[in-house]
Design a protein around this ligand. Structure first.
Ligand code: DAH
Length: 377
């Protein structure tokens, strides 16, 4: 802060000041220097530095002036040096005190401004997310089946061919495998078994029966994979809910009753249902389950009068595959096919959601477009 040439460190004689006017001029110069120093002391730290520089007992500017100018002054100059020094001291002390008060007031004010809380401002609202439509449909299905005594289990998405195919009565060269081409994991040479992304949730039938004895009543929500090219109804990843009920006395009537109950709960009591014979290696007999078209009410005629585009005029929509568990499957899990019977079904969730909510492209489920997702809060 102080100038490089430090005049207070030298005597008046050394500074060549022999006349009172020269002394007064020197004091005027020092006072100006103080004012400049004092103007930049705006916070506590710089204020302390100012105080120590000017009032420090050992080497403050005023002490230096006393030691170097006043004490050795000639008797002619002593009086004027004394007077000027007193004026300077009064000015310096008053200014330093004034700056202190100003800085304290300023910091109080800025602290107040900083901490002021405006209670009339609206709060910060954080957007609340919601479940994806697929997750919501899973939940609806789980609620319906849990209410009639099923429990929910989940299984691995990476499976062995044994669980995905063989134990479901689909041997290696069975033509059904053609519809279920999937993704295989690259494994090191000599791996004990190939691994694949499951093509359906049915492997969990096997895993569940291996672990539990009848009665078994489970549903299995989950993701499944196939090597399908993406279009409006195909995706390489999609969702299913598997169902399995096995006990000592389960009949085809229990099966139809359960499925019909589910469909009416899910789509509403107005829909009609029907079975068509079908084929799956792990069920016998196998059925394809249809509902009356939810868009045209089963008439096959659209609201505008033309053919309903959703069911193509049939009035029926194919919903999912199901059937009575093939006795061969029980052999893989060491159940006695003479003692137990049961049914199984596999529901495609994406398709179900598309039907229920009138969505015509499966790809929207995977694109994460908020304009779509926000329609299902
Ligand atoms: N797993 C079959 C598929 O993905 C669907 C299926 C059909 C599951 C009949 C079943 C069933 O449990 O009984 O194509």
């Amino acid at each position: 802060m102080t100038a490089p040439e430090n005049k207070p460190a030298q005597t008046l004689a050394a500074l060549g000041a022999a006349q009172p006017e020269q002394v007064v001029a020197l004091f005027t110069e020092i006072l100006a220097r103080f004012d400049a120093d004092s103007a930049v002391a705006r916070d506590e730290g710089s204020w302390k530095h100012l105080r120590d520089t000017w009032l420090g007992r050992k080497s403050g500017v005023l002490t230096q002036i006393t030691d170097n100018w006043l004490k050795p002054a000639t008797s002619e100059l002593k009086r004027v040096v004394g007077q000027e020094l007193n004026k300077l001291r009064a000015h310096v002390e008053a200014q330093i005190e004034a700056r202190k008060l100003a800085i304290e007031a300023g910091s109080d004010e800025s602290a107040l401004a900083r901490e002021r809380v405006d209670l009339s401002l609206p709060g910060v609202t954080r957007p609340v997310g919601s479940h994806h439509l697929i997750r919501q449909v899973f939940q609806q299905i789980e609620d319906i089946f849990v209410s009639i005594g099923f429990s929910v289990v989940e299984g691995p998405e990476i499976e062995t061919p044994y669980y995905n195919f063989e134990a479901l009565n689909i041997p290696e060269f069975h033509p059904v495998r053609d519809d279920m081409d999937t993704f295989y994991i690259d494994l090191p040479e000599g791996a004990p078994t190939p691994l694949l992304l499951r093509t359906h949730t049915s492997p969990m039938q096997i895993r569940t029966m291996e672990k539990r004895q009848p009665p078994v009543r489970v549903i299995v929500p989950g993701k499944v994979y196939r090597r399908d090219n993406p279009d409006a109804t195909h995706s390489f990843a999609f969702h299913q809910v598997e169902g399995l009920a096995v006990d000592t006395d389960i009949t085809f009537c229990d099966f139809t009753g359960t499925i019909e109950y589910f469909v009416k709960e899910f789509f509403g009591p107005g829909v009609k249902t029907r079975f068509r014979p079908s084929y799956f290696p792990f069920t016998e007999p196998s059925v394809e389950f249809d509902v009356t078209c939810v868009f045209c009410g089963g008439s096959g005629v659209s609201a505008g009068g033309g053919t309903c585009s959703k069911c193509k005029g049939a009035g029926w929509i194919e919903l999912f595959g199901a059937g009575m568990v093939d006795p061969a499957v029980y052999g893989f899990v060491h159940y006695d096919p003479k003692k137990v019977s049961g049914f199984a079904f596999g529901i495609g969730i994406d398709r179900l959601a598309m039907l229920k909510y009138g969505i015509d492209d499966i790809q929207v489920f995977f694109q994460n477009d908020l304009r779509f997702l926000r329609q299902f809060p």
